[in-house]
Design a protein around this ligand. Structure first.
Ligand SMILES: Cc1ncc(COP(=O)(O)O)c(C=O)c1O
Length: 393
């Protein structure tokens, strides 16, 4: 008799991650047809421009040889927590090392934070469009998800709408800046903070994973630096994007000490610790030469311009220049296709993979997400292939 597995009701909403749907289909297509797919759908770096810097690799090998291979339960190596505290202090939030935890990527920090605060009936406010994995864990905890629409075309919080959504049951507001999927910065953290500060128990999770990928002389701003917000914000960042260490799985959170103490227990009871040799690599990344980070930022800005120009040369597509992250979020409504139809047609007919904007929320309808952290030749070929595809409804 076939076994019926007694899965927890809490995971009844589990489905394969929506934002990776195109990637799954693209990989399958590549395998079955052997066709070269242009991967504009990945949330990752591609190609030799973005190899992890050599000094970070060397520090990892050294750490392995020096024996950083044992359990080391706790919130992170002291020297790394200190370096992260310094970085956050520079960002405008005075931080001590005991307000830092090192995590297995930003996603791990987000998961732990959501599960540490939310329970049945609590409310949490997410931007729409936003980052879907956060919602998985809010639902797991039994929380009620409310979406606050970001206003087009510059994707800012609608402050009036935000205010109407907050009730005494609202525990968390999620912000991500520079934003994913649209690449725009949240321009007015001070005004959002003013609203938050009116509500005694409202905490903010500020996902700042693209903090070092900001263009055109603009500055990344953290809401945690607004007076009064340091005690109610969990800042989350990662080594994945700043140092092209996506596969290394290391990130961090900064929050008031009582919050870090709980997160540390959570971490110790789940993964024990982030591998110590990976923490040594992250320490080398933070304390080593930073010119590579700046060079990469400039390369990305140039690729952004190339991608945006290419997209705007295609009839039916309109794309603005986002000030951060490594995504463009073109408006494809001129083609008459929905986001999903556009995505499917592009993959099937042109072998170009993108992500439908709706994978990030209903407000993503009419848009697709396109990654430009790829080789220049792929941008050129991808644009050419899109131009030669019939995109009319
Ligand atoms: C908004 C956002 N938060 C968190 C993450 C996860 O980052 P990490 O690789 O550090 O887990 C991503 C990954 O792309 C992201 O886009």
């Amino acid at each position: 008799m076939a076994m019926t597995y007694p899965f927890s009701r809490r995971i009844s909403h589990f489905v394969p991650p929506k934002q990776w749907a195109s990637m799954r289909v693209a990989k399958e297509l590549e395998k079955t047809t052997g066709r070269k797919i242009i991967h504009f759908e990945k949330g990752d770096y591609q190609g030799p421009d973005f190899d992890t810097p050599e000094h970070i690799i060397e520090a990892t090998v050294k750490a392995l040889k020096e024996g950083y291979v044992r359990y080391d339960p706790g919130p992170g190596l002291p020297e790394l927590r200190e370096a992260i505290a310094e970085e956050m202090t520079k960002r405008g939030r005075r931080t001590t090392p005991d307000e830092v935890i090192v995590t297995a990527g930003a996603k791990h920090a987000l998961t732990m934070s959501l599960l540490t605060f939310l329970e049945d009936g609590d409310e949490v406010i997410f931007p729409n469009p936003g980052y879907p994995p956060d919602e998985v864990w809010a639902k797991y905890a039994g929380a009620i998800i409310k979406h606050t629409p970001l206003t087009k075309p510059d994707w800012q919080f609608d402050l009036e709408k935000l205010e109407t959504l907050i009730t005494p049951k609202t525990k968390l507001l999620i912000i991500n800046t520079p934003q994913r999927p649209n690449g725009h910065l949240v321009e007015n953290p001070e005004e959002i903070a003013e609203i938050c500060l009116k509500h005694k128990n409202l905490m903010v999770i500020s996902d700042e994973i693209f903090s070092h990928i900001v263009y055109d002389g603009k500055q990344h701003k953290t809401i945690s630096a607004v007076p009064g917000m340091e005690e109610r914000t969990i800042v989350i960042d990662t080594f994945s994007k700043t140092y092209a260490m996506t596969g290394w799985r290391i990130g961090w959170a900064v929050a008031p000490k009582p919050v870090i103490e709980k997160l540390s227990i959570f971490l110790q009871d789940t993964i024990t610790n982030v591998a110590a040799f990976i923490q040594k690599a992250a320490y080398a990344a933070m304390t080593g030469p930073q010119d590579w980070v700046e060079r990469k930022r400039q390369i990305l800005q140039r690729k952004r311009d190339k991608m945006v120009e290419g997209l705007n040369s295609i009839p039916g597509i309109k794309c603005d220049k986002p000030a951060g992250a490594f995504y463009a979020f073109p408006d494809i409504t001129g083609t008459g296709l929905t986001s999903q139809e556009f995505t499917n047609r592009l993959l099937e007919n042109a072998g170009v993979a993108v992500v439908a904007g709706t994978a990030f929320g209903s407000q993503g309808e009419g848009y697709v997400r396109v990654t430009y952290a790829v080789p220049d030749e792929d941008i050129e070929e991808g644009i050419e292939r899109i131009k030669n595809t019939n995109l009319k409804a």
